[in-house]
Design a protein around this ligand. Structure first.
Ligand SMILES: [Zn+2]
Length: 495
């Protein structure tokens, strides 16, 4: 890990041409960075920007956080035709450097729809062929989201078979594991097993211990992973710097019942009393499992048909709509939201992580920093997770400067060289002569996030410049019109 030193940085033709005292050199343009940190551009390997990026290729919210490189296609979801997608972005221009994984959920849906069963031999071969296609298009590996439909229906062997295809191309297997709460240890065993079976490095996406009964277990998880790493397992992880997650309302319901699809699920909730009664019991079980006894921890981010409830917890929403806030009223509220929005997904924020655990994971120098965000556009009154506008500055301001969970060099390392190394992104993530000039210039004394759950799109402060491939992409909070990112294909990055 490189330590900081005082130096000028000379950039030419998109690359770092010189480092050191350049006070006697001349440049076409000079940026005053006195007293600032000049860091490699931040690399975020857990993005969800797949389809949206076509309409919003600027990726402004990421640039404003200092992120210059994204890996998307996480949690099992990617675009179906990666080659065409990358070509299109290349043609139209993109604000950040952009690479993707092949989502095994997307692959499964292409062949099996949302069916809750194993593929037969022919279907599995078809799925392998799709992974092969994605890897040939330049994917960095494969991803799963094993709490989601259809990932939740995939067996360990099925995943390992598909991951083995990625392994042949030097890819990685990244997973939103089957369980991040009471069975997290089983989930880690599964991902390690997939690594062994497929001969592939494995990566835990957004590592965390969710649910109150699991708070305080981060140390135990770190011990388990450190032991596996010491014994030769190629296992890594990333995490975001918040004590709340964000995903659909679907995860409150049993995954097995969601195989019928969101529209049919909603129809049965509305019209089949026995189904509705069973789902209500399932919601009560979720309240107990997560440990709060009700849904006070579940905040509505975006709900089609109930736009005015964005920002409120299910408890508050139930109280507002019915005057009652007991468990029954909260469960009814969750079902009403689902029915109204279907087939669209109700987006939620779950405050079910302890900040002590966040800090414990954050202190590990091998865990990458990644926001798990998407593009924050067309928000229209919604209250998405603030990580889309605050993430990296929050690590630097809150966890480095205020809480002193880790030092500045380690934090930068975890946002740059660590993710680049894990995902095999070459030529980026380090500041050296001959390297690509992706840079962030920030003030270590003032950099911090401003985005909150109430105001999730406030940009951060303390970042002076963001430079992508040698071009100024952000100048004091203003994003340049010109897009200077490039499309990244594994093993074929232009250096
Ligand atoms: Zn995920």
């Amino acid at each position: 890990m490189a330590q900081s030193r005082a130096a000028d940085v000379g950039v030419r033709g998109g690359k770092i041409a010189a480092l050191g005292d350049l006070s006697f050199s001349h440049a076409q343009s000079e940026l005053e960075c006195g007293g600032r940190i000049v860091s490699p551009g931040f690399i975020d390997v857990h993005a969800h920007v797949d389809a949206d990026v076509v309409r919003h290729p600027g990726c402004d919210n990421y640039l404003l956080m200092g992120v210059t490189t994204l890996i998307t296609g996480n949690c099992g979801g990617s675009v179906a035709d990666l080659a065409a997608h990358l070509a299109r972005l290349e043609h139209g221009g993109i604000g950040v450097n952009y690479g993707s994984l092949v989502g095994l959920g997307t692959v499964r849906t292409s062949v099996l729809g949302s069916e809750n069963r194993a593929p037969d031999d022919g279907e599995l071969a078809a799925m392998c062929a799709l992974v092969e296609q994605g890897m040939q298009a330049g994917a960095y590996g494969v991803s799963t989201g094993l709490i989601y439909v259809p990932g939740t229906y995939a067996s360990t062997i099925e995943i390992a078979t598909l991951a083995a295809v990625a392994a042949r191309h030097g890819g990685i297997y990244a997973s939103h594991m089957r369980n991040e709460n009471d069975r997290i240890v089983d989930s880690i065993r599964e991902i390690l097993r997939i690594g062994e079976l497929a001969g592939i490095p494995v990566h835990i996406s957004h590592i965390k211990c969710t649910g109150k009964p699991n708070w305080g277990r981060a140390g135990e998880i770190i011990s388990m992973l450190s032991m596996a790493r010491a014994n030769g397992s190629r296992i890594t992880a990333d995490q975001y710097a918040y004590d709340a997650s964000s995903t659909g309302i679907d995860v409150l319901f049993p995954a097995a019942d969601l195989a019928i699809g969101r529209a049919e699920f909603a129809r049965q909730l509305a019209a089949v009393p026995a189904f509705r009664a069973r789902m209500k019991q399932a919601l009560f079980a979720t309240m107990d499992r997560v440990g709060f006894g009700d849904f006070r921890y579940a905040r509505i981010a975006s709900a089609e048909g109930n736009k005015d409830l964005a920002g409120r917890s299910l408890l508050e929403a139930a109280k507002l709509r019915t005057g009652r806030d007991d468990r029954d009223a909260q469960a009814e509220m969750a079902m009403e939201l689902f029915i109204k929005a279907a087939p669209k997904r109700v987006q939620m924020i779950y405050h079910a992580i302890s900040e002590d655990d966040v800090a414990t994971f954050m202190a590990q120098d091998w865990i990458a920093i990644a926001a798990d965000a998407g593009l924050r556009v067309e928000i229209d009154g919604d209250k998405p997770h603030p990580r889309g506008y605050g993430h990296n500055p929050r690590v630097l301001g809150r966890y480095v400067r205020e809480l002193q969970v880790l030092d500045l060099s380690t934090a930068i390392h975890k946002m740059t060289a660590v993710p680049a190394g894990i995902f095999g992104i070459t030529g980026r993530g380090e500041l050296g002569v001959g390297g690509i000039a992706d840079l962030v210039v920030f003030d270590p004394d003032s950099v911090i996030d401003r985005a909150t759950y109430e105001e999730p799109t406030l940009p951060p402060v303390g970042i002076d410049y963001v430079i992508v491939n040698g071009c100024v992409a952000v100048d004091h909070g203003v994003v340049a019109k010109q897009r200077s990112g490039v499309v990244l294909r594994r093993g074929r990055e232009k250096l």
